[in-house]
Design a protein around this ligand. Sequence first.
Ligand code: FBP
Length: 548
Amino acid sequence: MKSALQIARAAYKPRMPLILNQNVKTVDGQATESVSDRESIKALFPNTYGMPVVTFEADNDHTEHRQMNVGVILSGGQAPGGHNVIAGLFDGLKRLNADNMLYGFLGGPAGLVDHKEMELNAAIVDEYRNTGGFDIIGSGRTKLETVEQFEKGREICNKLNIKAIVIIGGDDSNTNACILAEYYKAKGYGIQVIGCPKTIDGDLKNSMIEASFGFDTACKVYSELIGNIQRDANSAKKYWHFIRLMGRSASHITLECALQTQPNVAIISEEVEAKRLNLSQIVDGIVDVVVKRGNAGLNFGTVLIPEGLIEFIPACKVLIAELNDLLADNDEFNNLTNDEQKRNFIINRLSDESRDTFVSLPTNIARQLSLDRDSHGNVQVSLIETEKLLIEMVTARLAALKKDGVYHGKFASLGHFFGYEGRCAAPTNFDADYCYSLGYTAALLVADGKTGYMSSVRNLAQPVEKWTAGGVPITMMFNMEKKSGKLKPVIQKALVDLEGAPFRYFASHRQEWGGTECRYVYPGPIQYFGPKEVSDMPTKTLQMEYGV
Ligand code: FBP
């Protein structure tokens, strides 16, 4: 059974940049260079380095394209709009040639390697238009990195006569998409690989990719929840809410939610790192606001915390890097059976500085830092309960201040973690349109024989009719970074820019938001219908970054 909203939403026709509504041909722009480490990256990607950015222009001499089969993969964490990327890809392929076929690899990149796929026909795709989730074919975090995996992929592509694979993923998945593209091109297999920028984290962006899809919807869901909590806090006037927000590394989600809701405190990891703040100084910042409000009789408030915070505290960052190197493929550690043994194993091998940091953390947080890495070698920060750590430290500090007669308020706190609540929400109009356009663009790039490119739709702060579309060579986004103890080419992650307009706006208003006047904003739920200024508004980040 479907909800009333699902039924109404199924009828929504996503909008695209105007150029995509006609027959187009690609136009090559300037050759490109990677963001840094150019010589190393050029040597690693001799076949896909330096390709030009491409755009589209109307093709009046259009002839029908040759029939082709394409495979699609959803990779990594869910992000609202993934189904619309597939719908746009499907419609784009069918428009190019009605006999084109689309296969979905099941359960993420593993589906390609294990030869698990299904044909996506119109009846299936129609069921999923404008819906959240990745359940049409499922997703997974298997990392495509070995020649054996690449060859298994080739086998299934040859069997199904697949000419191109579209990988919908974040920075790590698109990095591997490019490695796969390079491998197939070097071998002359005739299998293209195209990427699409996905992640709620918002950190896959650069001069050519203005936003990753899903960020808009996820932030609007979290902002609704934060707004609701603020209204509750302002009604009951008895709790401080510590809200940790997803975003494995960058703080874009926390910053966007802060801009939408105006909480009393929001911590931005990138600022913590730049100012080299330690945990104690972060706690001081929160305590200052709690004391000011508490002494004015306001014993409630909100604190937003980015889930990646711990990795940006300089001493913790050094510790985590050491742990990454120490624990990567360490059988001796993996064979230990109890927490005490694991803790001692780590303590005995860390540098003096990191040992001090490790033992100064509450035992449960220290243990969470040494849990299994994900397949890309990253700490799984969504499992680290930073909000509880901060609550514990703030409580202790306030008790001391009370004893000293400096603090006269009451402090009762509640911890929350918002992440999974937003990742599969029905996409906003923005994400529905953006994703459909990305998928449609991917079909055009495939038809033009491109490989190692990412689908790129830009001018996103403007109405859809003014959006532009094209392709960007993925190597252009690369730099070299240490991963699991080894230097590797990866797409450079976009962190919050402390000089950028969104952060500057936040920094110039936070004192007022942390004061004793109520400055809360209550954004309310996502609207799919109604006035454009409510239903079609892009994120504040996008509006501020692109000057609208
Ligand atoms: P992607 O980078 O794959 O898009 O995933 C982002 C994310 O939602 C992070 O915000 C979060 O830390 C992580 O995934 C959680 O991973 P999992 O879904 O494996 O629990």
